[in-house]
Design a protein around this ligand. Structure first.
Ligand SMILES: [Zn+2]
Length: 479
């Protein structure tokens, strides 16, 4: 039954890879992905999807729908934002294409196109076979920076979706069951009074002092929060030069923990520390809440559907040239780092993979109950409907994420093979969910159980929209 969908992907391989390479070239930052989103939305439109652009208040977000009558609604999500400062050529060494420019260091050029190709392939299959159901491809901006999906969830765009699939290029082929941390992203603006720092220091009220005292307070607070919390900050603005007491200073915090309510509790205490710092320094404080996401609720049922499709398709194999490219990348980071990464991932039989640069095995998910340190806005979707973000090998095993190494891999045949394999997997899984009601029922039952005692209330206050202005300033500076 899936032959037509998989055949379509195979027949259009070059075109699909071309789309991914174009998004790789564009390398646009979050909420500035104008050309990337136009390209992907246009592609879906040319295949008969009805496209709504600029959804949830974000010009680069879109939803593309194709319906074949009554039946389940399957969501497919794609991202296309790049990361600042990571520009690199398609070479196995650090060699920026445009120094300081963004690059696809998380492989989101592959991420977005996987879902587009899977949506179109599935559409052809269900139309030909007369399968009832609806496909909705979600073009999701700014995963790396401003959590576009949270605004899309808040706008009700995931209502009526029976299950949602997403793919992220990675270093193994599996549909992992680990969760991700919930997070708040918040800026703290302190305002004081300038004065001559030597001549009349008593007249000054230093905003930088407030930022520093807040950081000291938070660093003491670390001892009294749960072990798995992660709190990190940068000082974005700290004054002009030492002989002027800074009347303005700003810090930017990420506050993470395994469960949403844990973030809420820690955040409430951090607000008190910030207020305390303002009180101590006689400065005023303005809190700018940027975004907040939930922890991911993984889906064992969907993971099973995805992995069985991977096995039916078979993972890609690699040419001697590709393996040499991967080996050269592997030489760019210490072997101990790879050992550490494998140990940290709790991957079964890590010793098997010590000399493997590109994984060709399809692995059973091993990480149920684990929480990765990072966060993703896929999590908020997972509180609405059964959701699975699976991975296919595109990167060299053990290579750091968000690095020139991942930029290079995302744009070469390693990324391309990962993309084609993932698109077939996603199409196959979508077709299973459309045609086997028992699979969907199992996923929905598991989800309902996970949601018992949990309610979703968007972490971003109602009056706060997508940070379009902040993104514009960032894109102008780093784009
Ligand atoms: Zn990513």
């Amino acid at each position: 039954m899936k032959g037509k969908a998989w055949g379509w992907i195979e027949d259009n391989r070059e075109h699909i890879v071309g789309l991914s390479d174009r998004v790789w070239d564009y390398a646009e930052l979050g909420l500035a992905e104008e050309r990337s989103s136009r390209l992907l939305a246009g592609e879906l439109e040319s295949h008969g999807f009805e496209v709504e652009r600029g959804v949830a208040g974000m010009p680069t977000a879109f939803v593309a729908t194709w319906s074949n009558g009554d039946g389940p609604t399957i969501g497919l999500m794609g991202e296309y934002d790049a990361l600042p400062g990571l520009s690199n050529g398609k070479v196995p060494r650090k060699e920026p294409l445009r120094p300081g420019a963004p690059g696809h260091g998380c492989g989101h050029n592959v991420h977005g196109v996987t879902a587009v190709a899977a949506a179109i392939a599935t559409r052809h299959e269900i139309e030909d076979a007369g399968i009832g159901g609806t496909l909705r491809m979600y073009g999701c901006p700014a995963e790396e920076s401003y959590d576009g999906k949270v605004f899309m969830v808040r706008a009700g765009l995931f209502g009526g979706v029976d299950a949602c699939l997403s793919h992220h290029p990675g270093s193994v082929n599996t549909a992992g069951l680990s969760s991700s941390t919930a997070i708040n992203s918040v800026k703290f603006h302190f305002h004081g009074k300038t004065s001559h720092a030597a001549g009349s220091p008593e007249q000054g009220r230093s905003a930088l002092d407030a930022v520093e005292l807040m950081n000291v307070g938070v660093n003491f607070l670390r001892e009294h929060v749960i072990d798995k919390a992660r709190i990190h900050y940068v000082i974005e603005e700290g004054g002009g030069q030492p002989n002027v007491v800074p009347d303005y200073a700003r810090s930017w915090y990420y506050i993470r923990a395994p469960e949403r309510d844990q973030v809420d509790h820690i955040y409430a205490r951090i607000l008190k520390v910030a207020e305390g710092a303002a009180l101590m320094t006689e400065t005023t404080l303005r809190v700018e809440f940027l975004t907040g996401v939930y922890n991911t609720l993984p889906s064992k049922a969907l993971s099973g559907v995805v992995v069985s499709n991977m096995r039916e398709i078979g993972a890609p194999s690699y040419t001697a040239e590709e393996l040499a490219f991967a080996a050269e990348i592997a030489r760019s980071f210490p072997r101990e780092q790879k050992v550490d990464n494998l140990r940290k991932s709790k991957m079964p039989h890590p010793e098997k993979y010590l000399d493997v640069d590109i994984v060709t095995d399809i692995l059973d998910p091993w990480n149920e109950g684990e929480v990765s340190g990072g966060s993703t806005d896929v999590a908020d979707v997972s509180w609405q409907t059964p959701t699975m973000e699976f991975g296919t090998a595109a990167f060299v095993l053990g290579a750091p994420g968000h690095s020139w190494q991942t930029v290079a891999c995302s744009g070469t045949s390693l990324g391309h093979k990962s993309l084609i394999f993932a698109a077939k997997t996603m199409a196959g899984a979508a077709l299973d969910l459309l045609t086997k009601p028992e699979l969907l029922a199992e996923a929905r039952e598991e989800h309902a159980k996970k949601m018992q005692g949990r309610t979703y209330r968007c972490a971003i206050p109602d009056d706060i929209g997508p940070p379009l202005e902040v993104a514009k300033v960032q894109a102008a500076k780093l784009g």
